[in-house]
Design a protein around this ligand. Structure first.
Ligand SMILES: NC(=O)c1ccc[n+]([C@@H]2O[C@H](COP(=O)([O-])OP(=O)(O)OC[C@H]3O[C@@H](n4cnc5c(N)ncnc54)[C@H](OP(=O)(O)O)[C@@H]3O)[C@@H](O)[C@H]2O)c1
Length: 299
C-alpha cells in the first residue's frame, strides 16, 4: 500500500512542487490549501501533470482547522498520515522596532505553533504503527539572523529547536523527525516580504524607511533565482531514506552561511550582513560588497 503524506501549504512554491513530486513518486498525497478555490486549482494542476493527489482544506494557524484536516485524513488512511511535511509558512519583514504584536503573533502561529500542533495531532497514529516521518521546513534564516527579518528568522530558529526536541522524543517510537534548511529560491514568500517593507516604508512611521527601499529592491530581484527543486529533493530523500539524516542543509550558501555565522566574530558577520542589505556605510572594497550581497542575504 502507498505511504500517505500530508503536505501543508501545497498551493505554491516548495509545498506545491513537493506535493507534485511525491504524488509522482507513488505516495498518497494529502495536499493542503487554505480555500476551496485554491484546492480546485491544485487539483486541476495535478491532473494536468498526470498525478493524483487529494486536497484538504487547512489553515495551520487555526486549531479547529488542524484537527478537522487531520481527522479527515485519518478517515481515509490507517488512522492518520504516515508522513507530515510541515511546509506552510509566511514571511515577516521589518525591523524589530517596527513589527507590532499582532503581526509577530501571526508569524508565530503559522510558522511555529502550527507545525508543532500538527505534529502533536499526527503522532499518536504514528506511534501506534511504530513508524512515521515528520519533516519540518526551516530556512537559512533559522541558522543565520538577518537585520530586517528578525521575526522570520526567530520563528525558524524556534521551529528548529522544537524539531530537535521532538526528534529525540519521538525516536523511541520509530518516528523520524527531520529538519530541512534551504535558501535562495524564487517564491511568493520573498515577494510578500518585499510588500511588508513597502508598506512600512510608505507608512511614514518608520525610522528605517530608506533602508527598507534597498532591501525591498533586493527581495524583488529574487524572482530571478532558481526554483525550489533542491529543497524538494531533500524532502523526498528525508521521506524515502531508510535512515534519514537529522537535518538536511541544502545548498552551498546555506552551508557556508551557517558555518560562517557560527565561527565568525559578530563584528565581521554584522558588517557583512549590513553591507549585503545596504544598512549603514557601504563596503570600501568592491569584492567585499559583491561577496556580501552574494552570500550574506537571508534568501
Ligand atoms: N523560498 C525559499 O527560498 C525558502 C527557503 C527556505 C525555506 N523556505 C520555507 O519553505 C516554506 C514554503 O515557502 P515558499 O517559498 O514555498 O513560499 P510560498 O510560495 O509563499 O508558499 C507558502 C505556502 O504556505 C501556505 N500558507 C501560508 N499561510 C498558511 C496558513 N495559515 N495555513 C496553511 N497554509 C498557509 C500558502 O498558502 P496561500 O497560497 O493560501 O498563501 C502557500 O501554499 C516556508 O516555510 C518557507 O519559510 C523557503
Amino acid at each position: 500500500m502507498a505511504r500517505s503524506v500530508m503536505v501543508t501549504g501545497a498551493t505554491s512554491g516548495v509545498g506545491l512542487a513537493t506535493a507534485l513530486r511525491l504524488a509522482g513518486a507513488g505516495y498518497e498525497v494529502f495536499a493542503t490549501a487554505r480555500s476551496a478555490e485554491k484546492a480546485e486549482k491544485l487539483d486541476a494542476l495535478a491532473s494536468e501533470r498526470g498525478v493524483a493527489l487529494r486536497t484538504v482544506l487547512l489553515d495551520v494557524a487555526d486549531p479547529g482547522s488542524c484537527q478537522e484536516a487531520v481527522d479527515r485524513i485519518a478517515r481515509q488512511t490507517d488512522g492518520g498520515p504516515w508522513g507530515l511535511v510541515n511546509n506552510a509558512g509566511i514571511p515577516l519583514a521589518g525591523a524589530v522596532e517596527d513589527v507590532d504584536d499582532e503581526a509577530a503573533r501571526r508569524l508565530l502561529e503559522v510558522n511555529v505553533l502550527g507545525p508543532a500542533r500538527l505534529a502533536r495531532l499526527v503522532l499518536p497514529a504514528m506511534r501506534r504503527r511504530g513508524e512515521g516521518r515528520i519533516v519540518n521546513i526551516s530556512s537559512l534564516g533559522g541558522r543565520v539572523t538577518a537585520p530586517g527579518m528578525g521575526w522570520y528568522c526567530g520563528g525558524k530558529a524556534a521551529l528548529g529547536s522544537l524539531n530537535h526536541a521532538l526528534r529525540m522524543e519521538a525516536a523511541p517510537s520509530g518516528v523520524r523527525v527531520v529538519l530541512i534548511h534551504g535558501a535562495g529560491y524564487a517564491s511568493a514568500i520573498w515577494e510578500r516580504a518585499a510588500d511588508d517593507l513597502a508598506d512600512l516604508a510608505a507608512s511614514g512611521r518608520s525610522p528605517h524607511a530608506e533602508i527598507y527601499r534597498g532591501i525591498e529592491e533586493a527581495l524583488r530581484a529574487t524572482a530571478q533565482l532558481p526554483g525550489p527543486e533542491p529543497i524538494v529533493r531533500a524532502v523526498h530523500r528525508a521521506l524515502t531514506a531508510e535512515h534519514p539524516k537529522a537535518c538536511y542543509v541544502v545548498g552551498a550558501k546555506t552551508r557556508l552561511g551557517g558555518a560562517a555565522d557560527l565561527l565568525g566574530p559578530y563584528r565581521l558577520t554584522d558588517h557583512l550582513k549590513r553591507v549585503a542589505l545596504g544598512i549603514g556605510e557601504p563596503a570600501r572594497n568592491r569584492l567585499v560588497e559583491y561577496a556580501a550581497r552574494r552570500w550574506c542575504t537571508p534568501w
